[in-house]
Design a protein around this ligand. Structure first.
Ligand code: SIN
Ligand code: MN
Length: 268
């Protein structure tokens, strides 16, 4: 899937791009049917909230689930990354599903992803980005992602290592800085149904609140990095900061539908 010049410009100016309803209901049904089973697994890649047993994230899912292995190579997700990062040689730095579970989903503090990629993983430059796919509706109540538009233009900001607020350590930005940035740029929270996509720059400041609703806010993130910008420190496990720098080879656009229909045919 190729982005238009207008979309590319919007991403470069604002630091993000929202694309509603990119995947069909049939494709999303295949993906969402897998999720409860994934989060129920007892394995290190599935982490839970600090104060409850609710799942928070499932990492590296493309290596342990056939459906998400296809999603990790899907052209509607990977090709926009190639365009925005200016290379057809990208690898998957991180691949995770964030649950933001109904009633129990906890916050993600204000941060830039590149701060963590730089401080923990020694990624040389911010030529990496996130492609998010909504696996459930994100609405105003269930802890949608919040962005400070244009904050990516400030480069990498001062950050502190927060290892206490949630179960997942993150390099976070202090409140005074956030106050200043929000006075300049405001806050947006793109919302939409399952199948919508959100692209955002590695230096865009973002966060999300807790989820007090009965609606889990499942979001899949592909953190794509240029192969010539591979990380140089291997402090975090490979399932969090991937050490396999093999370029992603895209699958055909109809791979999910073909898989779903073949499976239905085999079961009939
Ligand atoms: C992240 O910043 O990596 C995740 C934020 C979220 O899923 O709300
Ligand atoms: Mn982040």
């Amino acid at each position: 899937m190729k982005l238009t010049d207008t979309q590319i410009k919007e991403f470069e100016t604002e630091g993000y791009l929202f694309l509603p309803n990119v995947f069909s209901a049939e494709e999303m049904a295949l993906l969402t049917a897998e999720i409860p089973g994934l989060f129920a697994q007892n394995r290190p890649e599935v982490i839970h909230e600090k104060d409850s047993n609710a799942p928070r994230s499932a990492f590296y899912v493309q290596t342990w689930n056939d459906v998400f292995a296809m999603v990790a190579r899907h052209p509607r997700l990977v090709e926009p990354g190639m365009q925005m990062l200016g290379s057809d040689k990208l690898y998957m730095h991180q691949f995770k599903i964030n649950a933001k579970s109904a009633f129990d989903g906890a916050v993600w503090q204000w941060h830039q992803d590149y701060a963590t990629w730089f401080n923990d993983d020694d990624m040389p430059s911010p030529r990496a980005m996130n492609i998010a796919l909504f696996l459930a509706e994100a609405n105003e109540f269930n802890g949608p992602l919040m962005f400070i538009p244009r904050s990516h233009r400030l480069g990498r900001l001062e950050a502190g290592h927060d290892v206490t607020t949630t179960s997942y350590p993150l390099w976070t930005i202090d409140n005074d800085t956030i106050k200043r940035l929000v006075e300049e740029g405001g806050i947006v929270a793109p919302k939409g149904s399952a199948g919508s996509m959100l692209l955002f720059h590695g230096n865009l400041v973002h966060a999300s609140g807790s989820n007090l609703t009965p609606w889990s806010r499942w979001v899949l993130y592909l953190s794509l990095n240029r192969c010539d910008n591979a990380i140089r420190r291997f402090k975090r496990p490979t399932w969090i900061a991937n050490r396999d720098f093999t370029p992603i080879e895209m699958l055909p656009d109809d791979c999910l539908i073909t898989y779903a229909r073949n499976r239905q045919g085999a079961a009939a």
